[in-house]
Design a protein around this ligand. Structure first.
Ligand SMILES: *[C@@H]1O[C@H](CO)[C@@H](O)[C@H](O)[C@H]1NC(C)=O
Ligand SMILES: *[C@@H]1O[C@H](CO)[C@@H](O)[C@H](O)[C@H]1NC(C)=O
Ligand SMILES: *[C@@H]1O[C@H](CO)[C@@H](O)[C@H](O)[C@H]1NC(C)=O
Length: 394
């Protein structure tokens, strides 16, 4: 009897111990097979962990992000205006812009093509080099000579171009932010020369591929740009570094931060220290896009060129969109990502979206539907892998 009792006790204790182990295992969460070691950074939390709660908070968060992105990635815009900027309209739409800084000056030539009809002043699309999107015939085109402002001929062209003639070869600015400075001076000059017939309050910017990376940065940092249309810009433009690195680990042939700094001087030299560890950066490219808010952006993309990272672009711009959602203006950020097509050739399916954004934001037409977030890509993208913030109502 005693023996049976003891056996019973022993079994009961053993059972309890097993049961305890079961509950411990249940209580502790299991690691998923697929781990994302660094999610996208939260737009709605300041660097000091304070939450972003109001529109005024967003303006401060935007300023904080602009500082962080300049410090670690693109390099700095000059902190003060140049001594003077003048514009001179020459033959055939050539527009010479002269910028003087102290004893030095530079001149660059933008090319203005006005609509065939009408007296203006006209809204205009500034193309980095030239626009590859289809620009409506009642909108002017301004071709901006970004390569003259900062060369993009490979890593040896760091510090070469008109920007560096004024500010010195060792200036922190990479080519993308140097171009942004140049577009700013072009706008200064347009504001001063009514003979150009350009309405400087109705300006958009675009560019494709490497110049699309530039268009995104120009839109992000130049508040006088009302509409930004980066086209097939990939890494350093509308794709996120972290997502692209993960896709690379999974075997995709995709442009990443580590590759981009060996190809060209688009970013500041400071970025070189972070390209192997993009997860430590206090931002990613969704927050570069978000600098444009509350202004408008239409991301034109290509669902079929792996190198451009279409899945990364899709996830990145969804994440960016949460800022416009928080501001209650989600129809001011669009994505059009048709399936594979020739690089930098705008597909028919995208044209109505481009026209809608131009109608609404450069021609002030109301009642134009700019709600679009379209991908023709076939992705396994899961937002919960990358996004762990809730969208507040600011
Ligand atoms: C620009 O600098 C050159 C000397 O390098 C000078 O001859 C010229 O007058 C300057 N132009 C302006 C508009 O200041
Ligand atoms: C206009 O600028 C170009 C440089 O882009 C220069 O070569 C040309 O001499 C300038 N023209 C005038 C009339 O100043
Ligand atoms: C705007 O267009 C989108 C499709 O792009 C559609 O889902 C939505 O219902 C439209 N909104 C209005 C108000 O017509």
């Amino acid at each position: 009897m005693v023996f049976i009792f003891r056996l019973f006790t022993f079994l009961a204790l053993a059972g309890a111990t097993l049961a305890q182990q079961d509950t411990a295992e249940d209580r502790c969460s299991k690691l998923p097979d697929k781990l994302i070691l660094s999610k996208l950074t939260d737009p709605f939390t300041f660097y000091n962990k304070r939450p972003v709660r109001t529109k005024a908070d967003w303006a401060c968060r935007r300023a904080e992000l602009a500082e962080l992105i300049q410090r670690y990635q693109v390099g700095y815009l000059p902190s003060k205006s140049p001594t003077s900027v003048t514009g001179e309209l020459l033959e055939n739409g050539a527009f010479n812009v002269t910028v003087t800084e102290g004893e030095k000056n530079i001149t660059f030539t933008a090319k203005i093509t006005l609509p065939a009809e009408g007296d203006g002043p006209f809204p205009a699309i500034i193309g980095l080099s030239f626009p590859s999107i289809t620009v409506p015939s009642d909108v002017a085109i301004i071709s901006f000579p970004n390569d003259a402002i900062a060369n993009q001929l490979g890593t040896s062209s760091r510090g070469s171009g008109l920007f560096y003639d004024l500010y010195g070869k060792d200036h922190s600015a990479g080519a993308l932010i140097a171009w942004t400075w140049g577009v700013g001076r072009l706008i200064d000059a347009l504001e001063k020369v009514p003979a150009t017939k350009i309405n400087a309050k109705r300006l958009g910017v675009t560019g494709c591929s490497r110049n699309g990376k530039g268009a995104m940065v120009v839109g992000a940092f130049e508040p006088r740009i009302r509409l930004t249309i980066p086209q097939e810009s990939g890494a350093g433009g509308s794709a996120c570094w972290r997502i692209s690195d993960e896709l690379k680990r999974r075997g995709e042939n995709i442009q990443t931060a580590s590759q981009i700094v060996t190809e060209n001087v688009w970013h500041g030299a400071a970025f070189n220290s972070y390209t192997g560890q993009v997860g430590v950066l206090p931002f990613d490219q969704h927050l570069l896009t978000a600098l444009i808010a509350p202004r408008a952006v239409l991301v034109e993309d290509n669902g079929g060129i792996d190198w451009l990272g279409p899945e990364s672009v899709y996830g990145c711009q969804r994440a960016a969109r949460s800022v416009w959602r928080a501001l209650g203006i989600a129809d001011r950020i669009g994505l059009s990502q048709p399936p594979s097509h020739n690089h930098c050739q705008l597909p028919e399916v995208s044209k109505p979206y481009v026209n809608a954004f131009i109608d609404r934001f450069l021609k002030d037409k109301e009642d134009v539907n700019t709600t679009v977030f379209y991908t023709g890509g076939d992705f396994k993208y899961e937002e919960k892998d990358w996004v762990d913030w809730d969208v507040p109502r600011l």
